[in-house]
Design a protein around this ligand. Structure first.
Ligand code: ADP
Ligand code: MG
Length: 254
């Protein structure tokens, strides 16, 4: 069982889109996958077709009222299960008084609760804020995928993530490594996108995934139908890109 966290403290960079579609592509290939929505805004939850009133969430697990296993929902998609989020999750952050101790809460819960399950990949979709939910999702993971939008300031945001990771490594024994940086929302018509790709590849050549996710309407539309791109439009360029990324992911992680 491998834990992967999709993280970037910046919002709107493609974390949720990547979490949903990587999970769906893994599931499509036959890997038993658990998608965990850690963002109180619940975009990953609605993106695979569940509403906020599914009644399940990580929150009651965090406060010790429910078992993690009982918060897992099976989705209509084969091999893909979900732990939904809800707004209450945000409260949990405010209830913690011993920050460093509380960094590893998820790690403990997940590793203990999922023993005996058949999940091969657990994908955590982080919230876009540097708080305890994000830090916990990172510490719970073996690997991080950091999506960045092909826009100015992409590298600046990355520097912040590297710094956070460095700090984490000093504070907790189990900090994740970066599996790769995924460039998203690439627009081939703009010089800016091309320039950002060149820049990022020049500065951090080893860390960047070869696959680049293009900006496409189909990828943006899919969540409003509650479907991963593999079901919404399996032949679209967006879907082909996420499948290609999944192949690269599998090669890198194994
Ligand atoms: P984050 O989780 O980092 O905040 P999202 O994955 O929610 O980012 O993406 C932000 C917005 O951009 C969403 O409306 C999403 O549908 C859209 N989006 C994400 N990736 C793409 C893409 N490759 N092409 C077009 N729209 C995208
Ligand atoms: Mg998101």
């Amino acid at each position: 069982m491998k834990f992967i966290s999709i993280a970037n403290q910046k919002g709107g960079v493609g974390k949720t889109t990547t979490a949903i579609n990587l999970s769906a592509c893994l599931a499509e290939k036959g890997y038993s996958t658990l998608l965990v929505d850690v963002d109180p805004q619940s975009n990953a939850t609605s993106g695979v077709g569940f509403s906020l009133d599914s009644g399940k969430s990580l929150f009651p697990v965090l406060i010790g009222e429910q078992l993690l296993k009982d918060q897992i929902i099976s989705t209509p998609y084969m091999n893909l299960d979900l732990i939904p989020a809800n707004l209450e999750l945000a409260n949990w952050e405010n209830q913690q008084h011993d920050p460093i101790e509380s960094f590893s809460v998820f790690r403990k819960i997940f590793r203990e609760s999922l023993i005996g399950t058949t999940y091969q990949y657990v994908i955590l979709d982080c919230p876009p804020a540097l708080g305890l939910l994000m830090v916990n999702s990172m510490v719970a993971a073996d690997w991080l995928i950091i999506p960045i939008q092909c826009e100015y300031y992409a590298l600046e945001g990355l520097a912040k993530m590297f710094q956070l990771l460095d700090n984490l490594k000093k504070l907790v024994s189990a900090a994740p490594n970066i599996l790769g940086i995924l460039m998203t929302m690439y627009d081939s018509r703009t010089n800016l996108s091309q320039q950002v790709v060149e820049d990022v590849r020049k500065h951090i050549p080893k860390l960047v995934f070869d696959t680049i996710i293009p900006r496409t309407v189909r990828l943006a539309e899919a969540p409003s139908y509650g479907k991963p791109i593999t079901l919404y439009d399996p032949n679209s360029i967006g879907c082909i890109s996420y499948r290609k990324f999944t192949e690269e992911f599998l090669k890198k992680i194994n």
